[in-house]
Design a protein around this ligand. Structure first.
Ligand code: G4P
Length: 515
């Protein structure tokens, strides 16, 4: 590769900003998403005055079940440009029943914006999502929202974040005025005042600002890039998504220091984003997005290099090659063919079920990215089919939806009806609704005696012997890896003690090998 080409590649990659927004429900994620997209020109009209139901129907919501319930179930990606950067905003489902989907999405981002309600501070779900980010040391930018309402004191909020999350906080902006008098922010980095109305220095809010700034600069740590990149320090922004205060501060900061594409860990080595050869990781599958087309899209994050349309790629799991003729970019309203995409970008690749969550794509290298796990489900149910004539259709539909990650599928080795596993019961509702709407199959769920599922590894001989002895408690997952189903944690412990040569896993890493 010539030097200019290499420079082009690294310049393009350096201007990618791929991030997600995490928050507790109601903190303002949807509102902030809309405002960000509007600032990026992706939504012309974010519309302030809308009925609740209508407002919930943001462009990122695709499925009717979401509309009915007013929750965001699927995650999607929205691309826009702002300030010379290409932003990829990956939406995550807000409801905790879809935490596995959220986890997978977070494996594909380089930073996260954590939205906090200024009155409520750190809430339960904020904390959980933050912990997931911490597992991967994802840099976090904090946006304290709803400053236009009665809020906690900024110092108290900064303190709370620091102590609740064991994270250093550095104010990036400071609020000017409070509640109804909240008019704007002071940017500590650029030393600029951003207000919607011009305030004289004598305005009590400006006086308060200078007093607080003096204190803040005295006691709070300044922004430290290295510490932020390592996920140890969060710059904090104050604002009101609803009143569009502080949103531009946030975007400008992401342009200035929002991390560009990070290294990605594979089994054999760590891949750097600006390597010349293209590599990509499938982190999400979505089928039937458009009911008229019955398509299936694999969302792949480009981890290094550049993807061009028509490129031949190696599919690591099968070792087969295939050409990507119609990679797509997703915008708030529509999709478009992606002629080229760079590390950090997320492209949708239409396919007929070849691509699965966790799959690696390369130009030629035999490489497998790690870090897209499956978690043992917390609820198990047997699928009851109302119309026996549809057994074959059900099998196919369940496989497809399990490949998409809607539920986990366990096929009992004794030939009994399939068992599905989920983290939250809402997933079961989604499964039922989608089977009916998209495949015309009606099902119900029956309770099973099992409460735990564990992947088993060990020597082939030992596994076979163990499976024989426990036939009615053994199942195969989607990849035909063996799973032991236990009726209680007591039984699980006993089984473990009795079978020291077998290892039981509650997390399945992609690429789990059975020796
Ligand atoms: P979520 O996606 O995190 O669940 O939050 P969402 O944006 O849906 O916001 C939750 C509620 O908080 C909404 O009110 C929204 O209008 C309000 N909100 C969001 N940002 C701000 C802000 O900066 N200031 C104020 N004061 N309120 C904000 P709602 O009553 O549930 O809906 P609606 O009646 O506004 O449609």
């Amino acid at each position: 590769m010539s030097e200019t080409l290499a420079t082009d590649l690294s310049t393009e990659i350096a201007r990618r900003r791929t991030f997600a927004i995490i928050s507790h429900p109601d903190a303002g994620k949807t509102t902030l998403t809309e405002r960000i997209l509007r600032a990026g020109g992706a939504i012309q009209l974010a519309g302030n005055v809308r009925a609740k139901g209508e407002r919930r129907r943001t462009r990122s919501d695709w499925m009717s079940i979401e509309r009915d319930r007013g929750i965001s179930v699927v995650s999607s990606v929205m691309t826009f440009d702002y300030g010379g950067c290409i932003f990829n905003l990956l939406d995550t489902p807000g409801h905790e029943d879809f935490s596995e989907d959220t986890y997978r999405t977070l494996t594909a981002v380089d930073s996260a914006v954590m939205v906090i309600d200024a009155a409520k501070g750190i809430e339960d779900r904020t904390r959980k999502l933050f912990e997931i980010c911490r597992l991967r040391d994802i840099p976090i930018v904090t946006f304290i929202n709803k400053m236009d309402r009665e809020a906690q004191d900024p110092f108290a909020l900064l303190d709370e974040i620091a102590s609740a999350l064991a994270l250093d906080t550095s104010p990036a902006t400071w609020p000017i005025g409070r509640a109804a008098g909240f008019v704007g922010t002071y940017d500590l980095r650029t030393k600029e005042v951003h207000t919607q109305e011009k305030l004289p220095q004598s305005d009590p809010r400006m006086v308060q600002l200078s007093e607080e700034l003096e204190l803040a600069e005295g006691v709070l740590p300044p922004f430290d890039r290295e510490s932020f990149d390592a996920g140890h320090l969060t710059p904090v922004f104050f604002g009101s998504a609803m009143k569009e205060i502080g949103v531009i501060d946030l975007l400008d900061a992401l342009v200035a220091f929002g991390p560009s594409p990070r290294d990605q860990v594979a089994e054999s080595r760590t891949v750097k984003a600006d390597e010349a050869e293209m590599t990509a990781l499938v982190f999400k599958i979505q089928a039937n997005m458009d009911p008229n087309h019955r398509d299936r899209i694999a969302f792949a994050r480009i981890c290094s290099g550049k993807l061009t349309r028509g490129m031949r790629l190696r599919h690591s799991r099968t070792g087969k090659n295939f050409a990507v003729h119609t990679p797509q970019f997703f915008f708030a309203r529509d999709r478009q063919l992606a002629e080229e995409a760079y590390a950090g970008d997320v492209v949708g690749i239409p396919n007929h079920g070849t691509l699965r969550i966790g799959d690696t794509l390369t130009e030629n290298e035999d490489l497998k990215f790690t870090g897209v796990p499956h978690f043992a489900p917390e609820i198990l149910r047997r699928v009851r089919l109302n119309d026996a004539m549809k057994a074959k259709k059900l099998k196919q539909a369940l496989t497809q939806l399990a490949e998409e990650g809607v539920v986990q599928l366990f096929k009992p080795q004794d030939g009994a009806q399939p068992i599905v596993g989920v983290v939250g019961t809402l997933q079961l509702d989604v499964l039922q609704a989608r089977l009916k709407a998209e495949y015309g199959v009606e099902i119900g769920f029956d309770a099973v005696q099992f409460s735990l599922a564990r992947w088993v590894t060990g020597s082939r001989e030992k596994i076979e012997a163990f499976s024989m002895a426990n036939r009615s408690a053994m199942a195969d997952d989607l990849d035909d890896d063996p799973v032991f189903l236990a009726t209680s944690s007591f039984m699980m412990r006993r089984t473990q003690e009795q079978n020291p040569d077998i290892t039981f896993h509650d997390i399945k890493q992609i690429g789990l090998e059975i020796k």
